[in-house]
Design a protein around this ligand. Structure first.
Ligand code: A2P
Length: 277
């Protein structure tokens, strides 16, 4: 089975990434190094996670060369202006001890505080990413938590279409409208919380399918993302579960089972709506 997706600009992206949200205590660099040693070649961080120094240190401590790692960071909603976005990326690069990112995302469509001018502010920050993309500091650029209406506003004025949209996606919260909008536009969807932060792992349907396929409910969630063309970013601090979460390339869900998961009752939503959070 293919272990990469290809973004519309031709950049290959490992089809499972390691999510580093909340990896930020004293052992964070070791956890990142362990993830690399377990086989992850795609790391997802963000300015707001406050762990870029540790992620950079984890990469440095590992035996994996930088150019074999797909590294993503994000610009937080406090930095939705042209200059602030440039500064945010500069700080990310410094903390991550690198001179380029494989992917950089605008993290949230709504600015901090007053939301009235969100369209102009998204565009201004986006233009900073476009510039860094042209300068090859960023190999690809995208957004996160942008629903179709946020994307429509950006697409109307952007020179470069986002290559990625990272959304909450897991059994019980699939955002089908956003999914089909992005897929029609050729925008790769990444899934944050692909395991629903464990809230969906006891769902009877997932337990039933885990039994049927001889896998765990977490592996069913990850396969469900992949079988829908969505790139999951699972988090785990345990080496055992890090490995389990990569061991999903020896089975596929049947169309009927995909449909059952896709249409199951809403469950495990984080409560974080992009327009109000
Ligand atoms: P842990 O760090 O103890 O492994 P999500 O990626 O959806 O945000 O979920 C992250 C949560 O899922 C973490 O609490 C993590 O705990 C747990 N988790 C990660 N992988 C697995 C797995 N394979 N089975 C059960 N729980 C998992």
């Amino acid at each position: 089975m293919e272990k990469t997706f290809t973004l519309y600009n031709g950049v290959a992206i490992p089809c499972i990434g390691y999510g580093t949200y909340k990896v930020r205590d004293a052992s964070a660099a070791d956890i990142v190094r362990t993830a690399l040693e377990c086989g992850y070649r795609h790391l997802d961080t963000a300015r707001i996670y406050g762990n870029e120094k540790e992620v950079g240190e984890g990469i440095r401590l590992s035996t994996v060369p930088r150019d074999e790692i797909f590294l993503t960071s994000k610009v937080w909603k406090t930095h939705l202006s042209y200059d602030d976005a440039l500064r945010s990326v500069e700080e990310s690069l410094k903390d991550l001890q690198t001179d380029y990112l494989d992917l950089c995302l605008l993290h949230w469509p709504m600015p901090e505080g007053d939301h009235v001018d969100w369209r102009q502010r998204d565009l201004a920050a986006w233009q900073a990413l476009e510039r860094l993309y042209e300068e090859k500091v960023l190999r690809s650029i995208g957004v996160s938590n942008f629903l179709p209406h946020h994307l429509m506003s950006l697409l109307a004025k952007a020179d470069v279409k986002p290559m990625v949209d990272q959304l909450e996606f897991h059994p019980g919260y699939c955002q089908p409208y956003a999914l089909s909008f992005c897929q029609k536009e050729g925008i790769q969807i990444e899934a944050w919380s692909p395991l629903g932060r464990t809230r969906v792992l006891e769902e009877p349907l997932l337990l039933e399918l885990a039994e049927k396929y001889g896998k765990s409910p977490a592996q069913i969630c990850l396969r469900f993302a992949l079988d829908n063309g969505v790139l999951p970013l699972p988090k785990s601090s345990s080496p055992e579960r890090m490995k389990v979460n990569l061991d999903v390339f020896d089975f596929r869900l049947s169309p009927e089972d995909i449909s059952r998961i896709f249409t199951m009752a809403q469950s495990g939503w984080s409560g974080q709506h992009p327009d109000t959070f």
